[in-house]
Write a protein that binds this ligand. Structure first.
Ligand SMILES: Cc1cc2nc3c(=O)[nH]c(=O)nc-3n(C[C@H](O)[C@H](O)[C@H](O)COP(=O)(O)OP(=O)(O)OC[C@H]3O[C@@H](n4cnc5c(N)ncnc54)[C@H](O)[C@@H]3O)c2cc1C
Length: 380
């Protein structure tokens, strides 16, 4: 007889780890399953910079910055040793971009300072544009943060092949090869899919989850670099003799491929317009998929029963708007894009409040927003 959990989370990236931590704090009995182990997907590859979004006050910018404010406090509270609050300097990409920075200023709804070119030069940054400095921002040790959030929580290495729902309980069935001798399957009241770009366990095509491949390089260096920065790429402060450079956005990569040293060396070349890179030596390359949603907003909420909706309401394809029917106690936490370490803590909190306290979900993150549009596109 499999053990019974309140919630099983499939996926031990930053999404799954943040949610497991939050649910366990609410006294839930939680199990996390991951086919390759903690932070083995996009999360392990991330430079894991946690900084605000600049712009002209779009809804996505405001949500990102709410999540940023929450994330930095969350990491400082839960695992301060793995969050390096070095500040991040946001540098314009070119003179056109520099002109926009003055328009962006009134939407910087968090602590910031303008750094002049003289100030940048004094820090060893060879850029002539006025930039924004966000002192509360920083970067995480991605693997260590996920491990730390999951400390004391049951995590099994297991590749879930199938989900079935019987007698109001979910059963997670692992592949034959990844089956534990003691645990042939796992049983829970709730299941949360935090599987990143791989989302084939149930039909959630309407969420439009897709991957964008990225490469990051860790370089040894003696450079006295205490601040982090972001221009077209990010450069981390020097932590224990390592400077992180990242990351690329490789849209043509459709499934994981071996990490490329050549691409990582290219990042060093690019960083040379920002900092002195002569002593940087490549130590390790990381690569992985960022899972984004159709509209780039996070996905946190219930899963709609797609086959049932399409079968019962065929008129939905032509614009009918029937009441949505959901899979019982099945949820998703995904679509965190290139900002998983910024979004995950707040999205996990919102989803946990929904699961445990039945609080209604913020429409900006509720995946329902994408369903009817997706149905109408099926018609064409
Ligand atoms: C190169 C790179 C740089 C990045 N830099 C930053 C950054 O600076 N700042 C930032 O905030 N974000 C950054 N990101 C984005 C961030 O990494 C992602 O948003 C984050 O990884 C999303 O986390 P996740 O938990 O949703 O997905 P993932 O980390 O991909 O986790 C999904 C997990 O699910 C598991 N899984 C999938 N299917 C199954 C199954 N059937 N059974 C069991 N397990 C399964 C996988 O093994 C995986 O471990 C970067 C990403 C990349 C690739």
């Amino acid at each position: 007889m499999p053990q019974l959990y309140d919630t099983i989370i499939i996926g031990a990236g930053i999404a799954g780890a943040s949610l497991a931590y939050t649910l366990a704090k609410q006294r839930q009995k939680v199990l996390v399953l991951d086919k390759k182990g903690i932070a083995s997907g996009g999360s392990g590859a991330a430079g894991a910079f946690v900084s605000p979004k600049i712009g002209k006050g779009s809804t996505l910018q405001m949500l990102t910055n709410e999540a940023f404010m929450y994330a930095k406090d969350f990491y400082l509270h839960t695992c301060p040793e793995y969050f390096h609050q070095t500040g991040v300097i946001r540098i314009p990409k070119d003179s056109e971009d520099a002109k926009k920075f003055s328009e962006y200023e009134k939407f910087n709804n968090m602590v910031y300072e303008v750094y002049s070119k003289e100030r940048l030069h004094a820090l060893g940054i060879g850029i002539d544009f006025d930039s924004f400095y966000f002192p509360d921002a920083g970067h995480c040790d991605a693997l260590k943060i996920c491990e730390s959030l999951l400390r004391g929580i049951e995590v099994h290495r297991s590749n879930v092949e199938k989900l079935s729902f019987r007698d109001r309980l979910w059963i997670c069935i692992p592949t034959q090869e990844s089956r534990d001798k003691t645990f042939l399957s796992y049983m829970a009241q709730n299941v949360v899919l935090a599987t990143g770009y791989e989302s084939t366990l149930v039909d959630i095509r309407y969420m439009g989850i897709h991957g964008t491949w990225g490469t990051r390089g860790d370089f040894s260096s003696k450079l006295d670099l205490r601040v982090s920065m972001h221009q077209a790429m990010s450069v981390g402060s020097n932590v224990d003799g390592i400077i992180k450079l990242g990351a690329t956005h490789e849209k043509e990569v459709k499934s994981p491929s071996p990490c490329s040293e050549e691409i990582a060396e290219g990042l060093k070349e690019k960083a040379s317009s920002l900092i002195e890179t002569s002593d940087l030596e490549l130590k390790q390359v990381f690569c992985g998929m960022r899972a984004g949603s159709k509209d780039f907003f996070p996905l946190a909420g219930k899963v709609i029963d797609v086959p049932l909706m399409l079968e019962h309401y065929p008129k939905i394809l032509r614009g009918a708007k029937p009441e949505l029917i959901y899979r019982d106690n099945l949820y998703v936490l995904n679509g965190l894009g290139g900002r998983g370490f910024v979004f995950a803590p707040l999205m996990a909190r919102r989803l946990a409040e929904h699961i445990v306290e039945e609080k209604s979900l913020d429409t900006r993150i509720n995946p329902d927003r994408l369903f009817l549009k997706w149905c109408r596109r099926l018609q064409n």
